[in-house]
Each structure stands twice: as structure tokens, then as C-alpha cells.
Design a protein around this ligand. Structure first.
Ligand code: AGP
Length: 368
């Protein structure tokens, strides 16, 4: 056990720390810089059909569903194909309209999640092209799909998914790049995405150097009973994922919300006891997020913000900041989620909980 944990006290921490490598492995050999495109062997022969899809549906559960939400933003922005993201457990029972011209992507770390597998069987029956995005090679979802892309994150043992999430996002970026280039994205823009992807492992290493700082911040928040996580645009799914990480391993109630929705209800919860985690990197909605931060501050909420390295404005407004390097908006979630993984980890450890095997949870949910 000690050996497989590589000297770390928990698998979860080991897997968080492995991310510079796991992210690299997900893209290794798959980026063609000269052509500004990705090469995905598992999709060979299906590319044109995917490009011609009327619609892409993404079906998944939990963290993989959060990855799917980021995928929706990427694919719609760059490939211009309408995307719907479905909870597999809802999708399969609600008589979904699935057409043969649709492509359905099933995202699953384990490749064994019962609801995701059942939704795959349903979509296949209806004649859609079914693609698997899995980590476990030869898993049921990988086998049942018509084609797919492995994320190559390496074995993930901790129940809380960490490196699989960032690798799922890398693979969704690769799929987006492929489709976008086959549609209207220019060579220059494609090459820009590739350069940004190639710089991710170094940027992740930098974030991981904040581990001690995040551990100290965890001291201040470990006794809180509730948390709100807020983000907009590409960072909205990151808010959901940050909240899920905290819930599942620290047993603290946490909710992720699109920051602007706060004023439609959750703002009533804010007082000096309510910590709010903002994911506030510099993107198209940055100024709007600042307004949301000010709204929370005016109600005395405690704020922890994930900001870009060059941001010297937000730290004046909030209680704590954690800095992450800048990248293009579509890839920013791969970086901004990492401090939230570490925060959840340290809070849970400080509360004396079983981080790798939280109560009531299994690594892969094979019951419906
Ligand atoms: C994530 O931390 C969870 N433990 C859980 O939500 C998980 O992502 C979900 O059960 C889906 O699993 P899969 O990716 O193996 O299908």
C-alpha cells in the first residue's frame, strides 16, 4: 500500500500531484503542431461523421458529467455544433430524442458506471454514433462504444476523482480541436490551442507549489458547515466540481452555482459565517464576477478566490486568494480546479476523515 501511494499519505494526494504527468500522457502523440490539429486514433474513420453531426449529446455522471459541461462550452464555441449534456441516469429514462445523425459521447473514468452504460445501450439502439471517453482500458463502456478516446490518466484509486477529471478535459479539448479544424478554425488558431495545451503540465506544476499555502487556508475553513462555490462561463462547471470534491470527502455541505444565479436565491444564505469560493480568472465574464464578489462582500461573506497570477485587484476585495497561471479560456478549468482539489483534500484530512474511501461511496457505481 505504502509503495503504491508513492510516499504520499493518501492516493488522492498522489493523484492530485501526478497531474503534470497525467495531463501530458493524455495528449502525448496526439498533437500535430504543423497541421494545427489533433490525431485521435480511436476516432479514425468516424471523423467526418462526427463533424457532420446535427448535435452532440454528452452523457455521464458525477465528476465526468462536470467534464461534459466544460466540453459543451468548448465544442459549441470552437466546433459550432450544438451540444447537450445529460445526467446518464435521467437521460436513459426520459424517452430522449436520439437520431442517427447525432453523436453521443459517454464520459466515464471507470467505464463501468451502470447508468452511463445503460444510456449507451439506449443510444446505440437508436442508431446514434456512440463514442466512449474512458480511463480504464477494455472497460464495458469502452467496449460497447462504436469508437472512442482513452484518457490515459493511469489508475485512479481515490474515490474522489481528480486526475481523471483534468485528463477528461484534455481529451475533450483534443476532440474540440479536431472538429474545429475540420470546420472553420484557422491553422494559426489551431496552433495557438496546441501551444497552450503543451504548456499545461508546467503550469500545473506551478499550481502544485501552492500546496502549503492551500493547507494553511484549509485551517481557516475546516470548521465551516456550508460552502458556496461560484463561477461563470467555463468556470461554472469548475464551481460544481469544487463543491462536489468538498462534499464527498469532507462531508461539508457545499453548493456550486453559476455566480450570477446567486441573486436569484442563494444570496439569502450569505452572512459572516458563509464562505464563498469564487473562481474568478480573467476571461470574458471577469468584470461580471467582480460585481458578484462585491455583492457577497457587501453582505459580509468570507471569500476565497481563485485568480490569475497577474491579478492584483481581487486580493483587495477578498479574504484569501490562490493564484493560477493564465491560459486560454477553454483550458482554464484544467488549471483552476486543482486548488479546489487540494482545498477539499486538506479540509478532509484536518477533519480526520478517510479521504480515499469516504463513507457511503464506491469508486465505481455499478448499481442503477
Ligand atoms: C467523483 O469524485 C465521484 N466519486 C463520482 O461522482 C464519479 O465521478 C461518478 O460516479 C462517475 O464515475 P465514472 O467516471 O467512473 O463513470
Amino acid at each position: 500500500d505504502e509503495i503504491t501511494k508513492g510516499g504520499y499519505p493518501h492516493y488522492m494526494l498522489k493523484e492530485i500531484m501526478e497531474q503534470p504527468d497525467s495531463i501530458f500522457n493524455s495528449m502525448r502523440g496526439r498533437l500535430l503542431y504543423e497541421e494545427g490539429i489533433s490525431k485521435l486514433g480511436g476516432l479514425q474513420g468516424y471523423e467526418d461523421r462526427i463533424v457532420r453531426s446535427q448535435r452532440i449529446i454528452i452523457s455521464a455522471c458525477g465528476t465526468s458529467w462536470h467534464a461534459g459541461l466544460v466540453g459543451e462550452y468548448m465544442l459549441e464555441e470552437y466546433a459550432g455544433i450544438p451540444v447537450e449534456v445529460e445526467y446518464a441516469s435521467e437521460f436513459r429514462y426520459r424517452h430522449p430524442i436520439i437520431r442517427p445523425e447525432d453523436t453521443v459521447i459517454f464520459i466515464s473514468q471507470s467505464g463501468e458506471t451502470a447508468d452511463t452504460l445503460a444510456s449507451l445501450k439506449e443510444a446505440k439502439k437508436k442508431g446514434a454514433l456512440c463514442l466512449g471517453v474512458c480511463n480504464v482500458v477494455g472497460s464495458s463502456i469502452a467496449r460497447e462504444s462504436n469508437a472512442g478516446v482513452y484518457i490515459h490518466a493511469g489508475p485512479e484509486i481515490g474515490v474522489a476523482s481528480t486526475k481523471a477529471f483534468t485528463s477528461q478535459l484534455v481529451v475533450l479539448s483534443l476532440i474540440t480541436l479536431l472538429l474545429a479544424r475540420k470546420k472553420n478554425l484557422s491553422l494559426i488558431e489551431g496552433q495557438n490551442i496546441i501551444r497552450e495545451m503543451q504548456s499545461l503540465p508546467e503550469k500545473v506544476k506551478k499550481i502544485l507549489e501552492s500546496n502549503d499555502q492551500i493547507e494553511k487556508i484549509a485551517d481557516e475553513y475546516m470548521s465551516c458547515r456550508n460552502f458556496l462555490y461560484l463561477g461563470r462561463g467555463y468556470n461554472f462547471p469548475v464551481a460544481l466540481e469544487g463543491a462536489l470534491k468538498l462534499k464527498e470527502i469532507s462531508y461539508i455541505h457545499a453548493e456550486g452555482y453559476p455566480a450570477a444565479e446567486m441573486k436569484h436565491g442563494p444570496i439569502a444564505l450569505i452572512d459572516e459565517n458563509m464562505p464563498v469560493v469564487f473562481i474568478a480568472t480573467k476571461d470574458a465574464v471577469y468584470d461580471k464576477v467582480i460585481s458578484n464578489i462585491e455583492e457577497v462582500k457587501a453582505r459580509k461573506g468570507r471569500i476565497l478566490a481563485i485568480v490569475n497570477e497577474d491579478d492584483d485587484y481581487i486580493e483587495k476585495l477578498v479574504d484569501h486568494v490562490i493564484r493560477v497561471p493564465k491560459t486560454i479560456n477553454m483550458l482554464q478549468p484544467i488549471l483552476s480546479v486543482i486548488p479546489l482539489q487540494l482545498l477539499a483534500y486538506h479540509v478532509a484530512v484536518k477533519r480526520g476523515l478517510n479521504v480515499d474511501q469516504p463513507r457511503n461511496l464506491a469508486k465505481s457505481v455499478t448499481v442503477e
